[in-house]
Every structure is written in structure tokens, then in C-alpha cells.
Design a protein around this ligand. Structure first.
Ligand code: FES
Length: 83
């Protein structure tokens, strides 16, 4: 019987190991994710860039944006939407 990840919670990151505004990589159910801690909040987004699919965990934060490190596409880390 196939189980969904929602029935079996998975720890994707430990709060104490996340650095403020430093993208971190997580893999859940074979899906790449990027985890960003900012102040007392956290954002978890699909971890592949919508350009050709680079890992966003390899990017960096610039103001309110997560920037892909390959060609610099931007994603608001609070919403995932491009500026
Ligand atoms: S791979 Fe992310 S902007 Fe090109």
C-alpha cells in the first residue's frame, strides 16, 4: 500500500540548524525543496528554478528575494512569486 508523506510526517530541517536568510536544501518524497528561515518565520518552496531547473538552495538572498545562482531569476521567499 502506497503511503502519502502527509500521513508520515518527515523532518525536512531543524530550526536550530537553519541560518537566517540562508537557503537550505531539503528532499521530501523525492521532491527538491528550498527552506529559508527569516526572522521567526520559515518558507518552504519547490527547490528547482523555473528556468532550466538549477537547485535554488545554491542561490542567495537579496532583500526580499531568493536569487537563483545560475542566471539570477528572482523569487520572493515569502510567496515564491517572481518580483
Ligand atoms: S537556472 Fe535559475 S535563472 Fe537560470
Amino acid at each position: 500500500m502506497r503511503q502519502t508523506p502527509f500521513r508520515n510526517p518527515t523532518i525536512m530541517a531543524n530550526w536550530s540548524e537553519l541560518n537566517d536568510r540562508e537557503p537550505a536544501y531539503a528532499l521530501v518524497a523525492r521532491v527538491d525543496l528550498v527552506v529559508i528561515r527569516y526572522d521567526d518565520e520559515v518558507s518552504v518552496m519547490y527547490g528547482r528554478c523555473h528556468h532550466p531547473g538549477a537547485l535554488l538552495a545554491h542561490g542567495f538572498i537579496d532583500g526580499p528575494n531568493l536569487i537563483c545562482g545560475v542566471h539570477y531569476w528572482d523569487y520572493r521567499y515569502e510567496s515564491g512569486v517572481s518580483e
